[in-house]
Design a protein around this ligand. Sequence first.
Ligand code: FES
Length: 101
Amino acid sequence: MEPYSHHVLVCTGDFCSPNRRGRQLYSLLADLLQREDLLFGPQRVKRGETPCLGVCSNGPIVVVYPEGIWYSEVTPALLERIVVEHLKQGKPVDEAVFHRL
Ligand code: FES
């Protein structure tokens, strides 16, 4: 198996983000990764969804590994910045980070 450069977890649970916003983000993430050419090759990104990350507020919550950077209140516009600036250019969106491992 070819390695991944990053693994992105999106919480799709209803406690941190009602109205299915996490699920919508998870779907949008697939489109953004494809648009930015991050599905194949050395920069490829693995996407995953989880029912809960233990935060349960200020969602949707998105976590990026291997850096262990946690984002809160992720909107579609912020997700686009995470994909372009963090995943593609290697520069986390610092103002939206609420936790680092
Ligand atoms: S439901 Fe999203 S962190 Fe718990």
